[in-house]
Design a protein around this ligand. Structure first.
Ligand SMILES: [Zn+2]
Length: 309
């Protein structure tokens, strides 16, 4: 059984950064960190992060502003993320540059912009969490250039962690909750392949779906399972959560017990669904499927259920 008091730390969680959330209005503090040679920046370029692989081990590159070639921060969206033991940390979106690598002053040849998802399991846990924070914040900023209330242009506020328009309407970072649930019935668990999975993929994963307005997470679990595979569930139990910055979700992981096993698939959502025994889940290659990768909370839900045996 999972430990209820200290749930597992999923990939993209586990940051130890002090976000300094109550100091984001402190202009003097912000100016000091912006001017400090100790401050480092996490650059994002068109969905990719600056990664160093010195020694063959990937890690997040965190250049100073000078090492970044001193980009004009009036032209590139940026945000204060917080402070760690070494100084201030900022996120900056260099998407306006055609080739940001060319502007980085004396950049080590081991620095390059990379997709986060394939690297996430290889990065130090706290660095993956920092990149998730930077990415989620900058994704939200890029998608909210205009006020949703009056349509006026937004400008950053609170060190880039809030938006405000000329009419004083505030916008706060969006996180879209998604429920993801491993449904089980006696000694079998249900995994499925969604219509949005890459073609040719052999991966079977847990069912998942966005919460709707006026719905609890537990109710969303019950609704999504019934909509996608026609199964009623009970005993919905929370497992853990995971930031998922693609572009800005929070995965809420659950286990749920099915009341029966007859499947009626929604062809718009689900290509295939299978009830799998623990023996099959422990040897997916023998049984013609793959489990989700280790960064996915779905994999942690499967491992936790296997551990209950
Ligand atoms: Zn407005």
């Amino acid at each position: 059984m999972p430990d209820r008091l200290s749930p597992p730390v999923n990939v993209f969680a586990g940051s130890r950064l002090d976000r300094m959330a109550t100091h984001r209005d402190d202009a003097e503090m912000l100016a000091r960190h912006l001017a400090s040679p100790q401050s480092r920046f996490l650059p994002l370029w068109r969905g990719r992060h600056l990664i160093s692989d010195a020694g063959g081990v990937p890690c997040a590159a965190m250049p100073t502003l000078a090492e970044l070639g001193a980009p004009d921060l009036d032209r590139h969206p940026w945000a204060f993320l917080g402070v760690d033991g070494a100084g201030g940390l900022f996120a900056v979106d260099l998407g306006a540059l055609d080739d940001p690598a060319a502007t980085i002053d004396g950049a080590p040849v081991t620095w390059r912009f990379e997709e986060l998802r394939p690297l996430a399991a290889l990065l130090p846990r706290e660095e993956a969490a920092l990149l998730a924070q930077a990415r989620g914040l900058l994704n939200w900023r890029a998608a909210h250039r205009y006020c949703g209330v009056c349509g006026a242009p937004n400008r950053p506020d609170q060190a880039g962690n809030r938006l405000v328009c000329a009419n004083g309407h505030h916008g706060f970072p969006r996180t879209d909750p998604v429920v993801i649930m491993l449904v089980h019935h006696r000694d079998r668990a249900l995994l499925a392949r969604g219509t949005r999975f890459p073609s040719g993929s052999a991966v079977l994963s847990a069912l998942a779906g966005f919460l709707e307005p006026g719905e609890s997470a537990e109710e969303a679990v019950e609704r999504e399972v019934f909509e996608e595979v026609g199964v009623r569930v009970r005993d919905v139990r929370y497992h853990s959560s995971q930031p998922w910055p693609f572009p800005g979700s929070l995965m809420l992981g659950y286990h749920a017990e099915a009341t029966d096993t007859a499947l009626v698939l929604d062809p718009a959502e689900i290509v295939e669904a299978r009830w799998l025994t623990r023996e099959q889940l422990r040897q997916p290659d023998v049984h013609g499927f793959e489990l989700p990768g280790p960064i996915a909370i779905a994999r942690q839900l499967v491992e936790a259920w296997l551990g209950e045996d």
